[in-house]
Design a protein around this ligand. Structure first.
Ligand code: GLV
Ligand code: MN
Ligand code: MN
Length: 414
């Protein structure tokens, strides 16, 4: 039981949990939560967010990059802006808290201020980012990168699996591909994101909340392996150039490289085979690799080794392999001033302050190029995330929201 929480903060946490449950209904796949960037479910979720903003008296809009943004003005028009937010796109078969928790918590903070009729010295801008997961197209973080003035120029020309260009989907969603490169429009004093931990540390230590110190860097690679398709019955094993067998050997080599070094992780989360028939030797394999590490030099070295291992396997098996880098995000250090402010907010709840790094990527690492930025983590059950089993308690939800609200009211733009 968190003694420092007020009754009003507990009630706000319960309202946020109820809203998170309702929000999970916006899905592209009945029976499970899948809300890919610029999909129909994303559009409906964005509209619900806009409607809730309107009920609180805020005019929200979809910006050029497909983010939902709204501004709660400070005491003086044009006051320095504190930005809060997280993402509302999800992975396939997702949990309901990754991203959504922070996006709806940002809204809840502003709703509480509006309900009390309270204006702060600074303005509060809230953002529901649209493209944190990078599942539908190969790029990721395009929403937050756009706001940071760092939009990846080739993003709009990518096609999804159905052949839909991001440019067309963005336009249909209400974004503006012509303006996205010039989106970084006004100065932001600071950015803060509330998120579930997505790992087991807080739960293991019996703590509801933590303050993030740094975010691991990430590289995403796309590998294509070309062998030779052939008859599964008529081609002797020694004469095959099986693209899948080569990809499988590459996968094990990649795993071995990552296992050899503490804190380095590498994941092959997607693999496709062509032509994809039981009686045909695969002629082509296509797979993704996600590599993360706390230090950029270690990640760079691992990626170079992985590329060399892919090359060696390809030569040994008489196949060709091409490797393309589709995403690169450097490790990010949270701003010491924001960490101090969040530490104070957590401490004011009577909770021991745990500082911890993030293994997962977040919009904060993109916005952090623009302004001082930091994050709060809330404990999640079993550390499970990217899974429908994702779960947080109502009290932890209230604790995270209260810490964020207290940080916002105490924040002073420097
Ligand atoms: C987002 O969840 C990521 O870290 O890939
Ligand atoms: Mn997330
Ligand atoms: Mn995620």
């Amino acid at each position: 039981m968190i003694k420092g929480l007020t009754d009003a903060e507990r009630a706000a946490g319960a309202r946020l949990m109820a809203r998170l449950d309702a929000f999970a209904a916006f899905t592209d796949e009945p029976g499970r939560l899948t809300r890919l960037f610029l999909s129909d479910a994303h559009k409906r979720a964005a509209q619900a967010y806009i409607d809730w903003c309107a009920e609180a008296g805020l005019a929200a809009r979809i910006d050029a990059a497909g983010n939902v943004v709204a501004r709660y003005e400070g005491l003086t028009p044009g006051a320095p802006t504190l930005m809060l937010g997280s993402h509302i796109d999800t992975v396939r078969d997702a949990g309901r808290y990754d991203g959504n928790f922070g996006a709806l918590a940002a809204l809840a903070v502003v709703e509480e201020l509006a309900a009390r009729g309270e204006r702060l010295d600074h303005a509060v801008e809230i953002v529901a980012f649209g493209d944190e997961e990078g599942v539908r197209w190969r790029t990721t973080l395009t929403g937050s990168r756009a706001l940071a003035g760092d939009y990846p120029e080739d993003a709009l020309d990518q096609k999804d699996k159905q052949g839909v260009y991001m440019r067309d989907a963005l336009l249909a969603f209400g974004g503006d591909p012509e303006k996205v490169l010039a989106l970084c429009a006004h100065p932001i004093a600071a950015f803060v994101e509330l998120h579930i931990e997505q790992g087991p540390v807080l739960e293991a230590e019996g703590l509801p909340i933590g303050v993030v110190t740094a975010i691991n860097g990430a590289t995403r690679l796309e590998v294509g392996v070309d062998g030779l398709a052939g008859h599964a019955g008529a081609t002797p094993m020694a004469l095959r150039r099986d693209a899948f067998a080569a990809a499988a050997e590459m996968a094990l080599a990649i795993e071995a490289r990552a296992r050899a070094e503490p804190d380095l992780v590498a994941t092959i989360g997607r693999m496709e085979l062509w032509p994809g028939a039981t009686n045909v030797i695969p002629g082509h394999a296509q797979f993704s690799i996600d590599v993360r590490a706390p230090l950029d030099v270690r990640r760079d070295a691992a990626v170079a080794d992985i590329e060399a291992r892919i090359d060696a396997v390809a030569r040994g098996r008489r196949v060709t392999a091409t490797v393309a880098r589709t995403h690169e995000a450097g490790a990010f250090t949270c701003d010491p001033g924001i960490v101090a402010g969040l530490t104070q907010a957590v401490g004011s709840l009577g909770v021991p302050v745990r500082l911890l790094p993030s293994g997962a990527g977040h919009d904060t690492m993109a916005i952090g190029r623009l302004c001082p930025a930091g994050m709060l983590f809330v404990r999640c059950k079993g550390g499970i995330s990217h899974n429908p089993l994702e779960s947080i308690t109502v009290e932890d939800c209230a604790t995270g929201l209260a810490a964020l609200s207290r940080f916002v009211t105490e924040f002073r733009a420097g």
